[in-house]
Design a protein around this ligand. Sequence first.
Ligand SMILES: CC(C)(COP(=O)(O)OP(=O)(O)OC[C@H]1O[C@@H](n2cnc3c(N)ncnc32)[C@H](O)[C@@H]1O)[C@@H](O)C(=O)NCCC(=O)NCCS
Ligand SMILES: Nc1ncnc2c1ncn2[C@@H]1O[C@H](COP(=O)(O)OP(=O)(O)OP(=O)(O)O)[C@@H](O)[C@H]1O
Length: 266
Amino acid sequence: RLRDPAPARRGRQTRGVAAPRRGPPASAPRADATRPRDLKMRLVGLTGGIASGKSTVSGLFKSAGVPVVDADVVARKGTGGWKKIVKAFGNGILLENGEIDRAQLGQIVFSDPEKRKLLNRLLAPHISCGIFWEILKLWVKGCLVIVVDIPLLFETKMDRWTDPVVVVWVDPKTQIERLMSRDGCGQEQAQSRIDAQLALDWKKSEADIVIDNSGSLDDTKEQFQEVLKQVSAPLTWKERMMSRDGLLSIVVCTAAGVLLAQKNLL
Ligand SMILES: CC(C)(COP(=O)(O)OP(=O)(O)OC[C@H]1O[C@@H](n2cnc3c(N)ncnc32)[C@H](O)[C@@H]1O)[C@@H](O)C(=O)NCCC(=O)NCCS
Ligand SMILES: Nc1ncnc2c1ncn2[C@@H]1O[C@H](COP(=O)(O)OP(=O)(O)OP(=O)(O)O)[C@@H](O)[C@H]1O
């Protein structure tokens, strides 16, 4: 494990439901959670362990009309992250179409901790920068609730920028079974991939909201409806201020205040 489990920092969550930190949740999921006229901005961190079901849950957010920013934007063909990978791992890491051969790169970095550290080092600035730009684009559009899907949210310490943090948890047995079945790998290989991350139980203890994806998809969808209510709940003033329209209001009010003050002084 990269880090020993620490005492719960957040520790307020229950299964599928966030702790009520900002008053009661909205009475029903709001399909208009991403419409600009609501004047708000909330960055929801979505994370979990390998094969715990993040993509499944991020798909549910997308279906509900909530924009999702994916950490994978950094390794697309031609980006700075892509160039660094090619420089460090050679042209042999590319597919015919010029994209990174992720299966091959995965094989390399998950079997060699030093190579994984190298990849992390190379990509860290691109990940935060890439995500920042994606968020900025959505912010300019006036999006209110944005989900950032970052597998290594805690490892990269980006959890400090997101609130709430949603952890998709799965029990260890189901996790390894799903991983082996999805990636067609053996138990040892699957376990080494799991061990390359912080323990999922620790992430769970740090979460604001936990989705237990150990059961059926229907069970997960049911929990998701609760989560959608939570993340669409009315925003705090701080969140409102951070929205595009909130900041615009501050700028306009400040400018008006300065003009009035100047007028009074003259
Ligand atoms: C290692 C790569 C090639 C594997 O690609 P692949 O398509 O097979 O898997 P995918 O990207 O869906 O990742 C699967 C899972 O592996 C885990 N994982 C990915 N990168 C890492 C890493 N550097 N260290 C530990 N675990 C990782 C995550 O849980 C992720 O959800 C790919 O994940 C990659 O380029 N990773 C580097 C970028 C990165 O660190 N991404 C996550 C950042 S937040
Ligand atoms: N509730 C569920 N029941 C059965 N299978 C599931 C369930 N949730 C996810 N799966 C399957 O488990 C596998 C892992 O799920 P998913 O790809 O969503 O996880 P992930 O956390 O995004 O994985 P990774 O971190 O490796 O990208 C997939 O094959 C998916 O179809």
